[in-house]
Ligand binder design. Structure first.
Ligand SMILES: [Zn+2]
Length: 236
């Protein structure tokens, strides 16, 4: 097997999975109770779903550079189509409008979905070093570099995640055991993969990262699955 591919275990370890994005998707259930958690996951991670495919196609560029930030060795050399502000505004409008066309009554939900897509850029700006492009040209890039402060980054992300889980649980209730055990297994899975990201060795190559990032689809499918076994509940 070449370095460009990964077995199941290393695949998840190499996934660029930061749980802050999922936190916002879980919390968004409060504002869009009729929208499946799978769609909310898809929205918050849309940029990271487009990105590895553009890397595989040679349109965007990634390098593994251990030490480039304390928390992740990924050097996002060129990714304006998945991660620039302009691109994400476009993706956010497309996804929101697409949802609205399919569900005309769901204007508020469509806005929540669009905001979630956009939130990816904001969270990435907070965590990344100054590598987040504004336009397609790569000329101005920003980033607050939270990943250089591991203690703070992990605390912020875990707190955000805990708040997201709390909101989701508060606004839904399990209708059977898949809805409870399946959901809590998903929460545990995300935390374990996150920890694996922090403590695992750097991935062998950029292509391995791009392939392993496809594992995000598993989390999205898991979100759809458990959400079908939970009911929205109204909270005063
Ligand atoms: Zn990203």
């Amino acid at each position: 097997m070449s370095d460009d591919y990964c077995d199941t275990k290393s695949c998840y370890r190499e996934t660029k999975l930061f749980i802050g994005h999922f936190a916002l998707a879980l919390g968004a259930k409060k504002y869009a109770p009729q929208v499946s958690l799978g769609i909310l996951f898809l929205a918050c991670q849309l940029a990271d779903i487009i990105w590895p495919n553009l890397v595989l196609l040679g349109i965007e560029t990634l390098q593994v550079e251990p030490g480039i930030t304390v928390m992740t060795p990924l050097d996002f050399v060129h990714y304006p189509y998945s991660h620039s502000l302009i691109a994400i505004l476009l993706w956010s409008s497309i996804f929101g409008i697409f949802y609205w066309l399919l569900n005309r009554s769901g204007t508020k939900a469509a806005i929540v979905i669009g905001m979630l897509v956009l939130s990816h850029w904001i969270l990435d700006v907070i965590t990344h070093r100054p590598d987040m492009p504004i336009t397609f040209s790569d000329s101005s890039r920003i980033g607050l570099g939270l990943w250089n402060n591991v203690g703070l980054a992990v605390s912020v992300e875990l707190l955000l995640f805990a708040a997201g889980v709390w909101l989701y649980v508060r606004h839904t209730k399990a209708s059977n055991r898949i809805g409870s055990i399946g959901f809590w297994s998903l929460v545990a899975f995300l935390v374990v993969i996150y920890a694996g990201n922090l403590f695992g060795p750097p991935p062998p190559s950029a292509m391995a990262v791009a392939w392993s990032a496809q594992a995000l689809w598993l989390v999205i499918a898991w979100g759809f699955w458990v959400d079908r076994h939970r009911l929205a509940r109204s909270v005063q």
